[in-house]
Design a protein around this ligand. Sequence first.
Ligand SMILES: *Cc1c(COP(=O)(O)O)cnc(C)c1O
Length: 347
Amino acid sequence: MPEEVLKRAQHELLDWQGRGCSVMEISHRSDAYVALAQSAERKLRQLMNISDDYAVLFCHGSATHQFSMIPLNLLPETGKADYLNTGIWSDKAVKEAKRFGAVNEIKALVNQNGQFTVTEPASWNLTDNAAYFHYCPNETIGGVEFSDIPVRGRTLVADMSSCILSKPIDVNQFGLIYAGAQKNIGPAGMTITIIRKDLMGKARPQTPVLFDYQVLADNASMYNTPPTWAWYLADLVFDWLLEQGGVPAMAVHNAEKARKLYACIDGNPFYRNPIDPKFRSRMNVPFVLADESLNTKFLAESEQAGLLALAGHRSVGGMRASIYNAMPMAGVDALIAFMTDFAQRHG
Ligand SMILES: *Cc1c(COP(=O)(O)O)cnc(C)c1O
């Protein structure tokens, strides 16, 4: 979270808009809360240039909920969907979708001479008339990111949990975009879904009511009590993003942070990033030490230096620096200084 946002939330915690109470304590049906909710949506539409052809939903829960909601809403019982598998999150999406219908899984992550890369789209066996094509533009754990949309002319469904708002995208190329809030937006517990309106209203009859995008849209994401606190913080983050110069400014900043960190890794034989440079993530930078017996020491010393959460995901080990929008350049510079010093002392 941007520090300015946390400070503002702290300042407003007990007295929001001079009301003598917290935003957490007012009714989500009150005029004040509805105005906040609408303003958050307006700001997101502005930041991402989202047209009226799309609904913007502030859903309860997480990206993992969306793994189930997507097939229930978009995959007809007799239909088939294409799913690109490029890592742990897209693999989880595949596994969940298979519970609901026919899935053509395209395993596209390969190890080539010790480096992970993604196979050429021309080699993917896509389904004629697939209901949609699901992929994960940024695999958070593996650190694998697409620099561009991999296929066109299809109903694209994209899990943007860890890359939303990090660079400009053309929303019109997508059928559905979803992102759990906790990586690049706000606190956990809320997921933003941007869905082309013509894709709604076809949920299977047994779809739980809160999983039906049309129900959420018809009720302005307030069929039930929405995650009001997360929504409020998202609104503050959107303000912050607009003040920073919006998504284009974030993209420049993020590219520079990633460039510096990869240059540090590539320039020092003590460290290695295992991803084909064409698919390196700008948000999540995994790296391993040449001498893995130093991992514990690296993590302990980095934590002492105030550099937190550098352990790789429990499923892959190694290290991972997540440098989301809110990570300032100074944070990346501090990490690079630490890594250089650590390598000198132990190399
Ligand atoms: C974190 C993450 C998820 C899972 O998020 P939950 O909120 O734990 O369900 C899914 N996809 C991507 C790309 C992620 O980064």
